[in-house]
Ligand binder design. Structure first.
Ligand code: AP5
Length: 220
């Protein structure tokens, strides 16, 4: 299963990708997570990316294309993968097409899932988001709270609020999505790969809808 998850910040791409990746036994390739990890480690990549991320801007194409090129070529991705948050520009989408063509072996993208949520709901979701910096599990203080307040169900780590979830940064990220990423909807629609999911419903219901679009012959 080779999928792209597309959608504005906070629509629930990461939440759904974590579930589906665990169920299918394939990796979730989240460029945002990889970049945040590099920032945390003070790696050269992280130092370069931090100023863009803090401002809610996209990290330069060549940086993220390099990350995804290495990931997709790795053996862990041989059985499939979910690209969560990549591509986000036309240049990234074209680079991915070239990458997969060069790789050959019929390993093209099967579905591009676009999650749709209105901006007002996105702002509510991001202001209540908490995540585990150790195992990356995502929670919401109201919609998906941990069993013990402030602590991860899986590893017990202390939950944190992401630096780029401040209201002014969220506004900048939403603008960037409209200007630079939303043209990809048309790009993949023209290639017959786009599957739209109304993601305004609760998490379990979105997951049901997701499975219907990515595995039409094996409904749960
Ligand atoms: P990234 O980490 O990819 O952030 P994003 O795309 O902005 O997406 P989010 O992680 O904010 O949201 P999500 O859709 O995964 O929602 P989630 O599941 O967490 O990127 C961060 C930064 O890195 C970018 O700004 C950029 O600088 C850089 N970057 C990354 N990729 C790049 C690229 N390709 N090119 C250039 N730069 C790049 O859910 C949100 C909240 O809602 C959670 O609290 C969750 O519990 C809750 N929730 C989820 N679903 C529901 C539901 N159905 N009902 C109620 N609540 C829900």
């Amino acid at each position: 299963m080779r999928l792209i998850f597309l959608g504005a910040p906070g629509v629930g791409k990461g939440t759904q990708a974590q579930r589906l990746a665990a169920q299918e036994g394939i990796p979730q390739v989240s460029t945002g997570e990889i970049l945040r990890e590099s920032v945390k480690q003070g790696a050269p990549l992280g130092r370069k990316a931090k100023e863009y991320m803090d401002a809610g801007k996209l990290v330069p194409d060549e940086v993220v294309i390099g990350i995804v090129r290495d990931k997709v070529a790795a053996t862990e991705c041989a059985r499939g993968y979910i690209l969560d948050g990549f591509p986000r520009t036309l240049a990234q989408a074209e680079a991915l097409d070239r990458m997969l063509q060069e790789k050959g072996g019929g390993g093209g993208i099967e579905h591009v899932v676009s999650f749709d949520v209105p901006n007002a709901e996105i702002v509510r979701r991001l202001s209540g988001r908490r995540s585990c910096p150790t195992c990356q599990t995502v929670y919401h203080v109201e919609h998906d709270p941990p069993r013990r307040e402030g602590h991860c169900n899986k590893c017990g780590g202390a939950l944190v609020q992401r630096a780029d979830d401040k209201p002014e940064t969220v506004e900048a990220r939403l603008k960037v999505y409209d200007q630079q990423t939303s043209p990809l909807i048309d790009y993949y629609q023209k290639r017959g790969l786009l599957r739209r999911v109304d993601a305004t419903v609760p998490i379990d219901k979105v997951y049901e809808r997701l499975q219907e679009v990515v595995r039409p012959s094996r409904r749960p």
